[in-house]
Design a protein around this ligand. Structure first.
Ligand SMILES: C[S@@+](CC[C@H](N)C(=O)[O-])C[C@H]1O[C@@H](n2cnc3c(N)ncnc32)[C@H](O)[C@@H]1O
Length: 274
């Protein structure tokens, strides 16, 4: 039967929508793996596939720990290369190995025996085409300079940057404001660039995830981040639990749910700890 105009328009609209949906699936979506441990059962939920799996048969128990191993396929969903970063909630530990370049990855979770409830959120960043991943996008120099002026960063203060990229912000904080800086950067190449760019300055580059940096956070007078809305929420407890009173937090483009910024400038949010 020949299609009439209205049904053709409706069909094209429908197909158009489906095409766009397909496109967004191909370029990947922000993905969170939430793992919940309850006794000796591990339940994990993958927001990308919306699948939930209960794992009980891969759990081994030693005197003090349960260990669970499982793997999932990241192929189809992601673009390489990716850095995996994991939110570790004390006193549990998450270990991962393998590369994420489209190959199965094994996540090993270790948690103390007897723990009744804990959550793991695993997410990642890297050179993906999905604007919901934390790709490397530098803050323009003028912006970081103005932001540091606005928080009145002083000589000798400790400035910590979570995800410091090639270290350009740390260089400005150290040379123009006299701050002592610590930068976390998971990506090897960028961490190397950051070391190169800050050579001879009071700057320490740590090539590791910022998800477990309580000690440095506790020392910080000022923390700078340019990450993602979702990632800000994940690290919020780390900041709340460790930052000293009066410490300033500057977040470019993204806010912290439940925190009220002291002020906002140019889509950069300024907070201080109470
Ligand atoms: C949007 S870029 C911002 C770079 C820099 N802060 C700036 O404003 O110019 C985010 C950076 O965070 C890094 N990153 C993402 N997740 C990380 C993690 N868990 N630990 C350390 N660095 C991470 C990325 O590699 C990337 O360089």
């Amino acid at each position: 039967m020949e299609e009439n105009l209205i049904s053709r328009i409706l069909r094209e609209m429908r197909e158009g929508v489906e095409e766009r949906k397909g496109e967004s699936a191909r370029t990947g979506t922000a993905r969170t793996i939430t793992v919940t441990a309850e006794g000796t059962t591990l339940r994990y939920y993958d927001s990308a596939t919306r699948s939930e799996e209960i794992i009980t048969d891969h759990i081994t128990k030693t005197d003090n720990n349960y260990t669970a191993e499982f793997e999932w396929l990241l192929r189809d969903k992601l673009h390489a290369p990716f850095d995996l970063f994991a939110f570790e909630k004390y006193p549990t530990k998450l270990v991962y190995r393998g590369d994420l370049n489209g190959v199965p990855i094994t996540i090993t979770l270790k948690f103390p025996a007897g723990i009744t409830h804990c959550h793991y959120h695993v997410t990642w960043s890297g050179e993906c085409q999905d604007n919901e991943c934390v790709v490397y996008v530098p803050t323009p120099e003028d912006e970081i300079r103005t932001a540091l002026q606005k928080v009145n960063l002083k000589p000798g203060e400790i400035f910590v940057e979570l995800g410091c990229g090639d270290g350009r912000n740390l260089k400005i904080a150290a040379t123009e404001f006299g701050a002592k800086c610590i930068g976390y950067e998971l990506n090897h190449e960028r961490a190397e660039q950051a070391r190169e760019n800050t050579k001879g300055l009071p700057v320490t580059i740590k090539e590791e995830s910022f998800m477990n940096v309580a000690q440095d956070i506790a020392k910080a007078d000022c923390v700078y981040l340019y990450l993602l809305q979702s990632v800000n929420q994940i690290i919020k407890p780390l900041l709340e639990e460790n930052l000293k009173r009066g410490a300033r937090v500057i977040s470019r483009h993204f806010t912290f749910d439940g925190w009220t910024p002291d002020f906002e400038w140019n889509n950069i949010y300024f907070y201080h700890m109470h």
